[in-house]
Ligand binder design. Structure first.
Ligand code: C2E
Ligand code: CA
Ligand code: CA
Ligand code: CA
Length: 284
C-alpha cells in the first residue's frame, strides 16, 4: 500500500533509507569498537537453585560506546554475523570472559565457578579448540570451567565438521550447553547427536509460571517437567533462564531444575561491579 500514492512511496523510501543508514552506522561502530576495545563481557550469575550460590556466570556481550553508552547485543550480533566480524568479536568476548573468571576466582568460594560463553555458528572452525586451550592456558583456567553455549542454529548450520569440532572441545574438557532449549525445530534430537552437558530452558517457558489462572502457565509447567526429566535421563544438568520472581524459583525448585539464572538473582554486571557485590555478599 505504501508504494501507491506519491506520499506513500516517499515514506517507504525513507524507512528503507533509515534502515540502511542504521546498519551502516552499526557496521561502523563495530569496526571502531574492535580497534578501540569497546567490547566487554558482562557476567550474570547462574545459581544453584536451592542454595542461591553462583555455580558459574554467563558472559553477555556489551559494547561501551563513548557517545551512545552501553549497547546490548540485540542489534549488534546480527550485523556482525552477516558481515563476518563476529569471529573477531567472539574472540574478544571469549578472552574478556576468561580474564574476568580468573578475577572472580580469587574471591573465597569462587574457585570452582565457570564462565559460559555464547558462540555463533561462524565461530566454529578447526582452529577453535586450539584457540580455547590457548586462552585458558594463559589465564590458568581449567577446561572444565569453560562452558560453550550454543543454540540450535549452530547445530543446524551446514558445516559438516561441527560435530568433530564440538567433540574435540568436549574431549578437551570444556562443557557444552544447549541454549534457548525448546524454542527450535527439533531440539530433542540434538541431545542424542551431540555431546551436550547442560540444557538451558528458554525464558519463554518460565515467564508464565505462577500465573494461577493461566492455561499457558499450566501447559508450560508440564513442558518444563518433561524437558527436566528427559535432560536428566540424558545426564544433562538443567538451567532455567529468565527467572524473575521468588515464586518462579520455588516452582522450578519443586520441579527438580538444578540451576537458575535471571533478574530475581542478579542482572548481568560489569566485572568491577560484580567483584564488589560478590565481596559484600560474602561478608554478610
Ligand atoms: P541469551 O544467550 O539467551 O542470553 C540471555 C539474555 O536474557 C540476555 O540478554 C540477558 O541479559 C537476558 N536476561 C537475563 N535474565 C533475565 C530475566 O530475568 N528476564 C529477562 N527478560 N531477560 C533476562 P542480552 O544480554 O541482551 O543478550 C541477548 C542475546 O544476545 C543472548 O541471548 C545471545 O543470544 C546474544 N549474545 C549475547 N552475548 C553474546 C556473545 O558474546 N556472542 C554471541 N554470539 N551472542 C551473544
Ligand atoms: Ca546464552
Ligand atoms: Ca538463552
Ligand atoms: Ca535467546
Amino acid at each position: 500500500r505504501k508504494r501507491d500514492g506519491k506520499n506513500g512511496a516517499q515514506v517507504f523510501d525513507e524507512a528503507m533509507l533509515d534502515q540502511t543508514r542504521e546498519r551502516a552506522e552499526i557496521e561502523n561502530d563495530i569496526d571502531l569498537a574492535i580497534t578501540a576495545s569497546w567490547f566487554e563481557a558482562h557476567l550474570q550469575p547462574i545459581v544453584d537453585i536451592t542454595t542461591g550460590q553462583p555455580s558459574g556466570f554467563e558472559a553477555l556481550m556489551r559494547m561501551r560506546h563513548p557517545r551512545k553508552g552501553l549497547m546490548s547485543p540485540a542489534s549488534i550480533i546480527g550485523v556482525a554475523e552477516e558481515n563476518g566480524t563476529i569471529g573477531q568479536i567472539g574472540n574478544l568476548i571469549l578472552e574478556d570472559a576468561v580474564a574476568n573468571l580468573a578475577r572472580v576466582s580469587r574471591l573465597p568460594g569462587m574457585r570452582d565457578t565457570y564462565v559460559a560463553v555464547n558462540f555463533s555458528p561462524l565461530q566454529f572452525d578447526h582452529a577453535l579448540p586450539t584457540r580455547l586451550s590457548g586462552i585458558l592456558g594463559r589465564y590458568g583456567i581449567l577446561p572444565s570451567r569453560l562452558v560453550v553455549e550454543i543454540t540450535e542454529a549452530v547445530l543446524m548450520h551446514d558445516n559438516p565438521d561441527i560435530r568433530t569440532i564440538l567433540n574435540e572441545i568436549h574431549e578437551f574438557g570444556c562443557r557444552i550447553a544447549l541454549d534457548d532449549f525448546g524454542t527450535g525445530y527439533s531440539s530433542l534430537s540434538y541431545l542424542s547427536r551431540f555431546p551436550v552437558d547442560i540444557v538451558k530452558i528458554d525464558q519463554s517457558f518460565i515467564r508464565s509460571l505462577g500465573e494461577p489462572a493461566s492455561e499457558i502457565g499450566r501447559k508450560n509447567t508440564m513442558l518444563i517437567e518433561g524437558i527436566r526429566a528427559i535432560s536428566h535421563q540424558m545426564n544433562c544438568k538443567v538451567v532455567a533462564e529468565g527467572v524473575e520472581t521468588a515464586e518462579q524459583r520455588s516452582l522450578l525448585m519443586q520441579m527438580g531444575v538444578d540451576y537458575a539464572q535471571g533478574y530475581y538473582f542478579s542482572k548481568p554486571r560489569e566485572i568491577s561491579e560484580l567483584l564488589s557485590v560478590l565481596s559484600v555478599e560474602m561478608t554478610d
